[in-house]
Design a protein around this ligand. Structure first.
Ligand code: TMP
Length: 221
């Protein structure tokens, strides 16, 4: 048995960053890496991944709801998350899976807290409710600048959803928010430079994951 496999534990790993930072690609590559090692792994997205949460996601991202109040937006993100935690994340962790989740409550702090400028104390309380108190074991912040995000989105060429349509200044506040969170919680949140090649970013993420297992393993000894 390889040393990585011996140390593997159920783990809740979340991925954060602004639009087009490469989260989905990196999550898929990491899931492939873990599956090749026969490590039980599941990929989820927040908001989404359950019937209820996907329905809420559709409302949140639909541009026909441009009049949505920031408070309603906050609570809808939390509602989608509560369903995801109860229906998917907690059962998967209980069954020994590594859970790779595209976004979690740090997104709310960055988007609704920093960018929408809602009261940070209220956002924190809302996050505690939506996450049902669950804290990620490891959070990967894939950092790119706003200009790169805009360029990548143009290349992708798809229609912008309600959140993506917010524009550059909004996105800059989101990025500032993530950087502030990373500075505040350096033991949980790790920044990788998303401008590096896909392979380099992936290698760094794998190293962080294995280091997390090593730390868990040695604290059990
Ligand atoms: P995604 O397209 O990366 O899955 O994310 C959906 C959008 O929702 C994205 O623009 C970020 C935003 N979002 C928030 O504003 N608050 C949140 O709590 C979450 C999870 C996502």
């Amino acid at each position: 048995m390889s040393p990585d496999l011996m140390m593997s534990r159920p783990l809740f790993v979340t991925f954060e960053g602004i639009d087009a930072c490469g989260k989905s690609t990196q999550i898929k590559l990491l899931a492939d890496f873990l599956h090749r090692r026969q490590i039980k792994t599941t990929q989820l997205r927040d908001p989404g991944s359950t019937r209820v949460s996907e329905a809420v996601r559709n409302i949140l991202l639909d541009r026909k709801y441009a009049d949505m109040s920031p408070w309603a937006e906050l609570l809808l993100y939390e509602a989608a998350r509560a369903q995801l935690v109860q229906e998917s994340v907690l059962p998967a962790l209980k069954n020994g899976f590594v859970v790779l989740c595209d976004r979690f409550y740090d997104s709310t702090t960055a988007y609704q807290g920093f960018a929408r400028q809602l009261d940070p104390v209220v956002v924190e309380k809302a996050n505690a409710i939506g996450s049902c108190g669950l804290i990620p074991d490891l959070t990967i912040f894939i950092d790119i600048d706003v200009q790169e995000s805009e360029q990548r989105k143009q290349l992708l060429g798809h229609t912008l959803d309600r959140m993506e349509a917010e524009g550059k200044q909004f996105l800059q506040r989101v990025r500032d928010g993530y950087q502030a969170l990373w500075a505040k919680e350096p033991n949980r949140i790790f920044r990788v430079n998303g401008s590096e090649s896909i392979e380099t970013v992936q290698e760094q993420i794998q190293t962080l994951l294995i280091q997390k297992w090593k730390d868990m393993f040695s604290s059990e000894q």
